[in-house]
Design a protein around this ligand. Structure first.
Ligand SMILES: *Cc1c(COP(=O)(O)O)cnc(C)c1O
Length: 438
């Protein structure tokens, strides 16, 4: 699989001065909403949705960025949604998604689309109650889910999530296939699982694989062949196949966007061969999370201390791994830029600095590599009061934020047409102790 130059709209990957996000002033955003602050560029999300227009269904894996305003924006783009928990089902409904497909066949001759799919390896008791009550379609990642669902929803159609026996991710922790992964139904178990579904009276209408997050497309493409083989084992009951998610985005200088049209062509060919074999149309889905929102998101932080520890200089900002966890979890690289308090400042002088946060934890470093080693970044010379913008933070950003060290969750703002709208207020001290008793 080849790669192509970045489509328009890719944020700068070099150390820069940044004074605006999608036409809104960084300084104004910080003044109005405080820091740390998550900011999303609505137009970037729309652009990424439209990149995938060739697919019959784009299903957003909302765990990447589940703010209601983002979900509503996706819905406006005709994007469907995935839910991995009762909470995510609740979010999808609150954003205006219908719980289940309208009856009948769509005008395009394709089988009806499920607006929400519950995808998980288990039902907890709450989620089983929710899918049964609301009639939400289920993608089963464990065979035990089949009998559990059949007891509550006799005759339901289901999707099977199959682990093809291999996987890839940007990190071992985001690899979701192979023996080292708990996800999905093991590919060799399929004949047995089909018997269990038949015995339980459920029809297998969907087939899904998802081998990892942020892998390269050459690896993702291996899924297509594996899915085709399993689809033939399942047979004519299938109406929908899903390529899963995992589409990578460029985070580091020199990384580029993947060749999405080549990827679609490969999947479309699998779909067409299966349609020919089954004698009916198949809906082809893709299920990205990261791809749709990563580049839209920014964290605005304020530099609160600049200090030297021996030979190394540190910028300490008011965001920590409570705000953005990817660096500490995966050693992930995020581009950073500076919005100096002094509007005359330039990027003429840069220096290598380590960037850390406020937490009482030595791992609270944004410039770390996999394994937790503190690295440095070339940034324009910074002073206390400058704003530091952490970029490409719209996927697995806010959703992984925590209250560690009793820090409030930051506010989230959506910028559309140059206008910034608060879409989640910053938590208050009262929020932090809500539900607790002495
Ligand atoms: C997380 C997840 C995705 C999305 O992964 P990305 O790498 O963000 O595209 C898709 N499908 C399932 C089942 C997931 O768990």
């Amino acid at each position: 699989m080849t790669t192509t130059a970045s489509p328009p709209g890719q944020p700068g990957l070099q150390p820069v001065i940044r004074t605006s996000i999608a036409g809104a002033s960084v300084a104004d955003l910080a003044r109005t909403h405080g820091t740390p602050l998550y900011v999303y560029d609505a137009e970037m999300i729309r652009r990424r949705c439209r990149d995938l227009a060739a697919w019959d269904t784009v299903r957003f894996a909302q765990k990447a960025c589940s703010n209601l305003a983002v979900l509503a924006l996706m819905r406006g783009e005709g994007v469907m949604v995935d839910a991995v928990s009762t909470g995510e089902i609740h979010r999808a409904l609150a954003a205006g998604y219908a719980p289940h497909a309208a009856p009948g066949v769509g005008g395009d001759g394709l089988p009806p689309v499920h607006p929400i799919v519950y995808t998980a390896d288990i039902f907890d008791r709450e989620s089983l109650d929710a899918v049964a009550k609301l009639g939400i379609h289920v993608n089963c990642g464990s065979a035990d889910m089949i009998e559990q669902l059949a007891e509550r929803v006799p005759g339901a159609g289901i999707t099977l999530r199959v682990n093809p026996g291999f996987g890839h991710g940007h990190s071992q922790k985001t690899n979701t296939g192979g023996e080292g992964s708990k996800h999905g139904i093991w590919h060799e178990e399929i004949p047995d699982v089909l018997r269990r579904a038949e015995w339980a009276g459920l029809a297998v209408t969907g087939l899904h694989m998802h081998i990892g997050s942020g892998a390269d497309l050459a690896h993702l493409a291996e899924v297509a062949g594996a899915l085709e083989r399993v689809a033939l084992e399942i047979g004519r009951s299938l109406t929908t196949i899903s390529a899963g998610g995992g589409l990578p985005v460029p985070y580091k200088p020199g990384e580029v966007h993947a060749d999405l049209s080549g990827y679609f062509t490969l999947w479309d060919a699998v779909r067409k061969r299966l349609e020919e074999r089954f004698g009916h149309r198949l809906r082809l889905e893709i299920e990205p999370g990261r791809y749709l929102t990563a580049e839209s998101g920014f964290v605005i932080t304020e530099v609160r201390a600049v200090k030297k520890q021996g030979g190394r200089k540190y910028l300490l900002v008011d965001a920590g791994f409570n705000t953005l966890a990817r660096p500490v979890l995966y050693g992930s690289y995020h581009p950073m830029s500076l919005c100096p308090a002094d509007p005359r400042a330039t990027a003429a002088a840069t220096e290598d600095v380590a960037v850390g946060g406020p937490l009482c934890e030595s791992g609270d470093i944004f410039t770390q590599t996999d394994g937790g080693f503190v690295a440095t970044r070339a940034l324009p010379t910074a002073a206390v009061g400058d704003l530091l913008v952490i970029e490409i933070a719209g996927a697995y950003g806010f959703v992984m934020a925590s209250n560690y060290n009793s820090k409030p969750l930051p506010a989230e703002v959506l910028v559309d047409g140059g206008v910034a709208r608060l879409v989640r207020r910053r938590q208050t001290p009262e929020d932090l102790v809500r539900g607790e008793t002495v």
